[in-house]
Design a protein around this ligand. Structure first.
Ligand code: HEC
Ligand code: HEC
Ligand code: HEC
Ligand code: HEC
Ligand code: HEC
Ligand code: HEC
Length: 398
């Protein structure tokens, strides 16, 4: 079991244990109001691309319920690909936002959507702080690993719970009400054990796995600010199994000429640091900028791999990028906004299957289904990937 796989399993376990425990508590505070549940859902699923008041990858969503009907929002959230095709307003927004497809959340219910709308009306100020804990209960597939620390960072109330319980034990013991004291002692021990367990679990959750790279290469600077196409560097995504990481030669197409960084500095570094990072790229390529020529063979840059499925699962980029026509962001999130890439989706089997269950195969506008598959395509309008066998074990496991 490699590292990544392990942390995914741990995070799964963690949310499961959490759900169990918090559901219990939540029942006691069910009148908590919908906005707080909406806040949790929003923070778990939407903040990678949306803020309430400002544009991110998607439009600001403050008071979206006043602008759009509940049905509109429900459709947009559960099946955006279809919705932006059928609804003219949605289509307009889609075009305005650079035709970046929004992730689908087919697992969200009408009630979930109502809660989200309630939250976008009142914002964070309108929600009681304790509500953060609910985020974990609403854990849905497709949740980003990146959101996990935000949920788990709210630990302040746990020592308070333990102290209050200890107080109760003490109080009832003094009153010689030993049955009640024993009851609270048991609750105390259980919660303390649970908190300890949850805390230990949290250590393993390397949320949004985001390793330090040998060169501080920023996707925001390249794919965002300078709008370099993803496939310029990840050119094999279109035609092969892997997307591949560009070699230093690809970097040199530009960095023969670009020796310094004049853009906005970030991460607490100064301009000299970034100039040094560019020099590292040139050195790796064996480029001598004083002679404007390659002086030696250089040596490859040892990028740290971020995404990694276990060997027993087969995944193919060209099938998804070229045949299915999916945008990179659907699975990798808003990479063009990240200085340092992090894993966006959980890459669990459930995640693969969930999309296959709900996504229709593009039989028409697709070269792949011309010729050999043409007859087949005629008889299968509206078929999902699952209908075509995309949930058969053998497709992903040999
Ligand atoms: C991967 C990025 C991404 C995620 C995650 C995401 N969205 Fe979006 N969303 C977009 C983009 C891009 C648009 C605009 C293009 C479009 O309409 O598809 C959009 C549009 C919308 C719209 C339509 C706004 C309008 O005026 O028509 C709504 C509503 C919305 N998102 C809600 C949500 C909610 C709620 C969530 C979380 C459950 C969410 N989105 C998660 C990227 C995202
Ligand atoms: C200028 C070249 C360049 C461009 C443009 C670029 N990338 Fe990358 N990408 C890299 C390099 C180099 C790495 C390895 C270092 C790193 O992780 O930052 C990488 C890593 C990644 C990874 C993580 C790979 C892993 O180890 O699992 C993903 C995902 C990714 N890129 C997606 C994208 C997407 C999506 C876009 C477009 C929005 C994009 N890239 C644009 C050069 C580029
Ligand atoms: C298509 C052109 C192009 C390619 C290819 C390219 N870069 Fe850049 N790079 C730029 C531009 C433009 C800047 C910003 C210059 C500025 O703002 O002054 C930049 C800035 C940088 C910086 C400093 C800012 C930052 O990202 O932290 C580093 C480091 C860097 N590039 C590394 C790389 C590496 C490594 C590769 C190959 C994987 C690469 N570049 C490929 C155009 C390119
Ligand atoms: C359907 C989801 C999906 C889409 C769409 C997608 N990827 Fe990936 N990507 C993955 C998965 C899953 C992995 C891990 C593959 C593995 O470990 O074998 C991955 C891995 C990567 C890697 C690491 C190196 C590799 O090839 O394994 C890079 C780089 C990358 N993707 C870039 C991109 C770019 C660029 C695009 C758009 C052109 C894109 N991806 C579209 C799911 C996706
Ligand atoms: C965002 C949606 C999405 C996600 C996530 C996704 N897929 Fe797919 N996948 C598709 C679509 C759409 C197709 C259909 C492409 C076509 O027309 O053949 C497909 C096709 C496939 C096929 C070919 C199926 C067949 O019947 O020939 C395999 C294998 C596959 N995906 C594996 C994976 C694996 C493994 C993962 C997870 C690591 C994954 N997919 C995640 C959308 C997705
Ligand atoms: C669309 C692709 C896809 C299909 C279809 C699929 N799997 Fe998987 N499976 C995966 C991926 C990806 C993983 C690795 C998930 C991870 O690392 O968490 C996986 C993991 C597993 C595991 C390891 C346990 C786990 O959850 O990590 C088992 C067992 C498994 N699959 C069995 C099956 C069986 C049985 C079927 C048929 C009913 C099946 N798979 C169909 C993609 C698929």
């Amino acid at each position: 079991m490699n590292f990544l796989h392990q942390h995914q399993v741990i995070s799964k376990l963690n949310s499961f244990v959490f759900s169990f425990f918090f559901l219990f508590f939540l029942n006691l505070s069910a009148q908590d109001g919908d906005a707080s549940k909406g806040q949790a859902l929003f923070k778990t699923n939407c903040t990678a691309c949306h803020a309430l008041d400002s544009k991110l990858i998607g439009p600001p969503l403050k008071g979206i319920g006043d602008l759009r009907s509940e049905d509109y929002i429900f459709n947009q959230i559960t099946n955006p690909a279809e919705w932006v095709k059928t609804n003219p307003d949605a289509k307009k927004v889609f075009e305005e936002y650079g035709k970046i497809p929004m992730t689908a959340f087919p697992q969200l219910t009408k009630d979930d959507v109502k809660n989200i709308i309630a939250y976008t009306k009142v914002g964070d100020e309108g929600v009681a702080p304790a509500a953060d804990a609910t985020a974990v209960v609403s854990t849905v597939i497709g949740q980003t690993d990146a959101e996990i620390p935000a949920q788990n960072s709210n630990w302040w109330w746990q020592p308070i719970v333990v102290l209050v319980l200890a107080g109760l034990v003490f109080f009832f013991a003094r009153k010689k009400l030993s049955i009640i004291a024993i009851f609270f002692t048991i609750v105390l021990l259980l919660s303390a054990a649970y908190f300890l367990f949850a805390w230990l679990m949290q250590i393993g959750v390397d949320s949004g796995y985001k390793p330090v790279q040998p060169i501080e290469f920023s996707h925001k600077v390249h794919a965002g600010d300078n709008a370099i196409d993803c496939q310029y560097c990840h050119s094999s995504a279109k035609r092969s199994k892997t997307s591949g990481i560009p070699s230093a030669d690809v970097c040199m197409n530009c960095h023969k000429f670009i020796n310094e960084y004049k853009g906005e500095v970030y991460g607490g570094h100064d301009k000299a640091f970034f100039d040094g990072e560019i020099a590292k790229v040139q050195k790796a390529a064996g480029w001598d900028k004083s002679k404007f020529a390659y002086s030696d063979n250089g040596k490859s840059i040892e990028w740290v791999r971020i995404h990694n499925l276990p060997d027993f699962a087969y995944y193919n980029h060209s099938q998804h990028v070229t045949v299915a026509g999916l945008a990179c962001q659907t699975c990798h999130g808003p990479v063009e906004g990240m200085h340092r890439v992090e894993q966006f989706s959980q890459l669990t089997m459930h995640w693969c299957l969930d999309c296959h269950k709900t996504t229709p195969v593009k039989l028409d506008e697709n070269g792949y289904y011309k010729g050999t598959y043409e007859e087949f395509a005629k008889g299968h309008k509206g078929a999902t990937v699952a209908d075509m066998g995309g949930r058969e074990c053998g497709k992903c496991h040999f």
